[in-house]
Design a protein around this ligand. Sequence first.
Ligand code: GAR
Length: 197
Amino acid sequence: MMKIAIFASGTGTNAQAIIDQAQSGDIDVEVALVVSDKPNSKALIRASSSSIATFGFNPSNYTYKEEFESDIVVELQARKIDLVVLAGYMRLIGPTLLSAYEGKIVNIHPSLLPNFPGLDAIGQALRAGVSETGVTIHEVDAGMDTGPIIAQEAITIEQDDTIETLTKKIQAVEHRLYPQTIAAWGNTIKLEGVKSK
Ligand code: GAR
C-alpha cells in the first residue's frame, strides 16, 4: 500500500479528510506521517488523535531551509514514504526536499490555476469578480503553486457568495477530490512498478 506523508501548516481539514478515508478503507493509502512547520497546529493535533506519527518543527530554530528540509527527508525516508501530500503547507519546497522526492510531491490550491496563485486565493477570486473559481491539484516544482496539473474542478461563484460561503463550497470539493486523486496516483505508481519489472 502506498505510504504518504501529509504536510500542513493550519487547521488541517484536508489532512483530516485524507486520514478519514484512508482509515475507513475508502482509499488504498496509508497516512504514515503528518509534518507541520507550526508545532502547535491543529493539523498535528488531528494526526495524534488518529494515532498517526507527527513531525513538528519551528523554522526559526534553523538558519537555512536546507537544514530543516534535511531533517524532514530523514523522517520521510525512515518511514519509507512514497508520496508527499501538501495540504495547506504554506511554504515553498526547496531543492533538498524536491530532489529527494522528485515528481512525488503534490499540492492542492483553492483556485483554477494558473489563476490566483499564492495567499488568499478565494478572496482574490471574489475581488476579481469572476463567475467561477475552483480547486487544482498539481505536481510541485520550485515555484509557488506551479507545476503540472493533475486534476481540476470548477465551482460557480454566485452573486451572493461571501468568503465564508465560497470557502465552504471549495472545501467540500477539496475533501472529495484530494483523497481520490491521491489514491489514483498510488495506482499509477503501482502500475509503473509493474511495467518496469
Ligand atoms: C486549503 O484550502 C488549500 O487548498 C489551501 O490551504 C487550505 C488549507 O486548509 N492551500 C493553499 O492555499 C496553497 N497555496 P486546511 O488546513 O483546512 O486543509
